[in-house]
Design a protein around this ligand. Structure first.
Ligand SMILES: Nc1ncnc2c1ncn2[C@@H]1O[C@H](COP(=O)(O)OP(=O)(O)OP(=O)(O)O)[C@@H](O)[C@H]1O
Ligand SMILES: [Mg+2]
Length: 481
């Protein structure tokens, strides 16, 4: 389900970037603006402190009050400062003796700096606020007990600080908007690609395995898209295989059913003589056998595919199994005039599922009897071979052409021109069973001879066999001349 837009990644990332930039700006603002202001004030105060001793000396050097008065006014004008000479009235009040800006400018009778200097007889400086605004001021004691105050307005300097503060705020607001928008755009470009992947996932879920998943980027999202596309390609193959399997299975089921239906129709004819009726029933039994066998094979395959087919891992005598299977086919071999020879007198202890091994042996012996002309011999042999237990089924039939050897282990594969009895599942199941037991089936064939060899781990040397497992289940094609 698609999320509501407010929770979308683009808005979230935009907001996150907004918050981060806002935080950074707040830190810069909190660190820079107050420092800037105090530096401006400190610089002004330091300037006044440098001038104060000279001013105090020059006033103190005057012989009388009138001379002092004109010196104060002169100094105020030359230094472009307000210079005020004060004398104590009470402990908490001062009286202005001379003010370079004229008495009317007032506001100095309770000047805190001057009062402190009066009390301590040492210079004091700082920032004071009065009705006229903010001032940097220095109070300096004179030897006669009076105090001179130098005062400079901070208005212009503070106005500059305010301008910087305002500019910072405006720039910050613009940066915030830009950062939010940039964050939104960047995240949007990612979410657009993620949405495309989401669309691809929905297509896959809907069964469309043909449309490729494409992302032209070179980052993790592109890697994810590649992984998606590999998955799509694999699913497409599996889907095709599934479709083919169902089509093949239905076809295989339909043929005997169709034939059975035909016989049932014919048998409805009451005038049919007994001999023909018996022949028909014989044919029908054959078709039912074929259907039963097909159903069992399909069930085995589906269990193998689902990983539900249990194969035991126990020691058993492969030679005894070979003899047993050969005996089962003795009658069929005789009927087709095949000489079925068995060379399995010496016990060979293999490790695997005895029943399933017999199923494999049946498939191989049956093929050797069915896909070869009557009268040709079939040899079954069991022996130790290269540290494995080997069951070999050799026939003297037409052989399997080299270009078909790779296909005979595929499901439903039957060689062109072969006998149409089977459904082409015998070898496919045999090979998968052998692989499940840690074994393999090899094929060596040339005109006039075909050999299928089932290789299994030896019972006593199971550990050795597991260390060096056999080749994986690829169709074993051993083109030999
Ligand atoms: N010994 C053999 N000699 C010649 N061709 C063979 C031999 N064994 C198998 N084949 C070819 O390989 C094909 C596949 O064999 P497989 O056993 O899988 O299927 P099948 O015998 O046709 O049917 P079934 O499912 O009944 O076994 C056969 O149809 C046949 O063409
Ligand atoms: Mg077969």
């Amino acid at each position: 389900m698609r999320k509501p837009p407010l929770l979308s990644l683009s808005i979230k990332v935009g907001l996150m970037l907004f918050v981060v930039v806002a935080g950074a700006l707040a830190i810069v603002y909190a660190a820079v603006v107050p420092q800037l202001e105090s530096r401006v004030v400190d610089a002004k105060v330091a300037e006044l402190r440098r001038s104060a001793p000279t001013v105090a000396r020059r006033i103190g050097d005057q012989p009388n009050f009138f001379a002092q008065q004109s010196e104060v006014v002169g100094l105020g004008e030359s230094l472009n400062l307000r210079v005020v000479l004060l004398a104590p009235l009470t402990e908490e009040q001062l009286v202005i003796l001379v003010d370079s800006r004229g008495i009317e400018s007032g506001g100095f009778s309770d000047n805190p700096l001057a009062l402190r200097t009066m009390e301590t007889r040492s210079p004091s400086s700082g920032r004071t606020s009065r009705a006229g605004g903010d001032f940097a001021e220095v109070a300096y004691p004179l030897e006669d007990g009076s105090v001179v105050v130098l005062s400079a307005p901070l208005g212009d300097a503070l106005a500059n600080v305010r301008l910087v503060r305002k500019s910072l705020l405006v720039a910050g607001a613009v940066a915030l908007v830009i950062s939010w928008f940039a964050g939104y755009l960047i995240a949007w470009s990612f979410t657009r690609r993620i949405r495309r992947l989401e669309g691809a996932a929905e297509r896959l879920a809907g069964g469309d395995f043909e449309t490729p998943v494409v992302d032209t980027g070179r980052d993790e999202i592109a890697q994810l898209a590649d992984a998606f596309d590999s998955m799509r390609a694999r699913l497409a193959v599996l889907d095709r295989a599934r479709g083919e399997f169902i089509a093949n299975a239905s076809h295989e089921l339909r043929t005997p059913l169709f034939s059975l239906g035909g016989f049932v129709e014919l048998l409805a004819d009451e005038d049919m003589d007994l001999e023909v009726r018996r022949d028909f029933l014989g044919e029908m039994r054959g078709q039912i056998e074929r259907l039963t066998r097909l159903a069992t094979d399909l069930l085995d395959l589906s269990r193998l595919d689902a990983g539900q087919l249990q194969v035991e891992e126990a020691p058993f005598d492969l030679a005894a199994s070979a003899r047993l299977v050969a005996d089962e086919f003795r009658a069929i071999a005789d009927a087709e005039d095949h000489e079925l020879r068995v060379d399995a007198a010496v016990p060979v202890q293999a490790l695997g599922d005895e029943q399933r091994v017999q199923q494999i042996a049946r498939a191989l012996v049956e093929n050797a009897l069915r896909h070869t002309p009557p009268g040709t011999p079939v040899d079954v042999a069991v022996e130790h071979r290269d540290g494995r237990a080997a069951l070999e089924v050799r026939d003297a039939g037409p052989g399997i052409p080299v270009d078909e050897q790779g296909h005979v282990f595929q499901r439903f594969y039957r060689a062109a021109g072969g006998k149409a009895f089977g459904s082409g599942l015998g070898l496919a199941i045999a090979r998968e069973l052998a692989v499940r037991m840690g074994g393999s089936i090899q094929l060596e064939s040339r005109p006039g001879e075909t050999v299928f060899i089932l290789l299994l781990p030896l019972a006593g040397e199971a550990a050795f066999s597991r260390e060096a497992p056999p080749e994986a289940p690829e169709p074993v094609a051993g083109p030999t001349k």
